[in-house]
Design a binder for this molecule. Structure first.
Ligand SMILES: NC(=O)c1ccc[n+]([C@@H]2O[C@H](COP(=O)([O-])OP(=O)(O)OC[C@H]3O[C@@H](n4cnc5c(N)ncnc54)[C@H](OP(=O)(O)O)[C@@H]3O)[C@@H](O)[C@H]2O)c1
Length: 366
C-alpha cells in the first residue's frame, strides 16, 4: 500500500500556538490527574509488576479533526502494556515526518476501517521501561532507538510499544533528540540504495531531494559506498549537500537535471511527480530506479509500481548505522526540538528553518 504517497503535498492544519494553548491543553486537566501524570513519568522505568497500576494514564498527542484536515490534540491515554514479545519504551524523543498524518495507517486500521485518534511518530529514541513475556535481547533501562508498526500508536507520547526486531541500541555518541532523527531516514536510504537498487561502488547515482531528511542519508551512504553522487536540491542547500559527499549538485529551481547530466546507473527519488517522470530519461539501459514518493496505488505505470517501496524496520541495519554514527563516518542532523505539547506545530511544518537540516524532533520530558 502506498500510504506515503498521498503525502507529497499535505495540507496539514494545526492550531496556531496561542489558540492551541487557549483551547485545549494538559493545563486544563484537574490537579490530581497532573500529579498522577508526574508520578507516572518518574516511575516509568520500574520493572514490570512493580508499577502502580492506579497511575496508568500518560500524555500523548492524537491525530484528529479530519473534516478540515488532520490536527494534533493533547490527550491522556492508558499507558500501553507490552504483550507477549513486546517492549514498552519510555520515549525521550520522536522524529517528525509531517506527511505521516495523511498516510493510510494513520487514518485506517489494518482491516481497512476508519481510524481516529492515532498517535503519530513511528521513529523514536528512548529507554526500555518494561518487557513483555518472552521479549528478548534488551534489558530494562537500556537506551534504544528504532521504529514501530505504522498501524500501532506511535511515539508522540510518553510511552510506546515496539518489538525487539524493530529497534537497536542507541548510538552512544548521539543525544536522544539526535538519535530520533535517524531510523526512518537512514533505513529508507539504506534499503533504497542497497537492498533494492543494489548500488555498487563506482556507479553513478542521482539523488533527488538530497537535502531532505531521507536524502541527506542517501547522499552520505552512497558516497561512503564509493558511488559518484549527483544530487538535486535548492540553491540554498547546495553547499550542505556537497559537504555530505555529493560530487555534483544541481539546483532544481533554476536547472533541469535532465539537461545537466549524462546517464546514471541508479536514481533514488525522494520527490516524485515530474521529478520522477523526468528521471526515466537519464537512466542507463538496465539502470535501477527507486522512489519513495510515488503514488504506486493510483499509477498505471508498472515501472513506478516496481520502483516504489516503503521503509521497514531492520535491527541489523540500525546496528550498522549506529556504528557509523558513533565513529563519525555518518552524520545526523536535528532541525529543531519542540516539546510534546507543541507537536501540532512541528507537524504543520511551521518550524522549517532554511539554516538547519534534518528532522524536527519532539522531546518528551524524562
Ligand atoms: N516510502 C517510504 O518508505 C518513505 C519514507 C520516508 C519518507 N517518505 C516520503 O519521501 C518524501 C521525502 O521525505 P523527507 O522526509 O526526506 O522529506 P523532507 O525532509 O521534506 O525533504 C524533501 C526535500 O526535497 C526537496 N525538494 C523539493 N522539491 C524538489 C525538487 N523538485 N527537486 C529536488 N529536491 C526537491 C526539498 O527542498 P526544499 O526545502 O528546497 O523544498 C527538501 O529538501 C516525502 O514525500 C515522504 O513522505 C517515504
Amino acid at each position: 500500500m502506498s500510504y506515503f504517497l498521498r503525502a507529497t503535498n499535505p495540507k496539514v492544519l494545526a492550531f496556531p500556538k496561542g489558540e492551541y494553548k487557549n483551547t485545549l491543553s494538559w493545563d486544563a486537566f484537574p490537579e490530581d490527574i497532573c500529579e498522577s501524570l508526574n508520578a507516572r513519568i518518574s516511575s516509568c522505568c520500574l520493572p514490570h509488576g512493580h508499577r502502580d497500576r492506579t497511575r496508568c494514564v500518560v500524555k500523548a498527542m492524537e491525530v484528529n479533526g479530519f473534516n478540515h484536515g488532520p490536527v494534533l490534540i493533547p490527550a491522556t491515554v492508558p499507558r500501553p502494556e507490552p504483550g507477549d514479545g513486546e517492549l514498552l519504551v519510555c520515549v525521550r524523543a520522536a522524529g517528525v515526518t509531517p506527511t505521516e498524518l495523511l498516510w493510510y495507517p494513520t487514518t485506517h486500521t489494518k482491516h481497512g476501517d476508519r481510524r481516529t485518534s492515532a498517535v503519530p511518530g513511528h521513529e523514536f529514541s528512548g529507554v526500555i521501561a518494561a518487557l513483555g513475556k518472552g521479549a528478548q535481547d534488551f534489558y530494562l533501562g537500556e537506551e534504544i532507538y528504532g521504529m514501530n508498526d505504522w498501524f500501532a500508536d506511535g511515539a508522540t507520547a510518553e510511552f510506546c510499544l515496539t518489538q525487539p526486531q524493530n529497534i537497536a541500541r542507541k548510538p552512544r555518541s548521539l543525544s536522544h533528540e539526535c538519535a530520533a532523527t535517524v531510523p526512518i531516514g537512514a533505513l529508507t536510504a539504506w534499503q533504497g540504495l542497497f537492498d533494492r537498487a543494489k548500488m555498487r561502488s563506482g556507479e553513478h547515482v542521482l539523488i533527488h531531494g538530497a537535502a531532505g531528511a531521507v536524502g541527506l542519508f542517501a547522499v552520505q551512504l552512497a558516497h561512503l559506498h564509493g558511488a559518484h553522487v549527483i544530487a538535486t536540491s535548492s540553491a540554498d542547500d547546495v553547499n550542505f549537500v556537497k559537504q555530505l559527499g555529493a560530487d555534483e549538485v544541481i539546483d532544481y529551481e533554476t536547472s533541469r537535471f535532465e539537461d545537466q547530466i549524462g546517464s546514471v546507473d541508479v536514481v533514488f527519488d525522494g520527490v516524485g511527480g515530474e521529478t520522477l517522470d523526468g528521471s526515466w530519461s537519464v537512466l542507463k539501459p538496465g539502470g535501477r530506479m527507486v522512489t519513495i514518493a510515488a503514488d504506486s496505488e493510483s499509477t498505471k505505470d508498472q515501472r513506478v509500481k516496481d520502483a516504489f517501496f516503503i521503509v521497514e524496520p531492520n535491527q541489523q541495519q540500525l546496528n550498522v548505522v549506529a556504528k557509523l554514527l558513533d565513529c563519525g563516518t555518518l552524520r545526523a542532523f536535528v532541525s529543531a526540538v519542540l516539546p510534546l505539547e507543541e507537536a501540532s506545530i512541528a507537524y504543520s511544518r511551521r518550524v522549517r528553518n532554511k539554516r538547519s537540516y534534518g528532522k524536527v524532533v519532539i522531546a518528551v520530558a524524562a
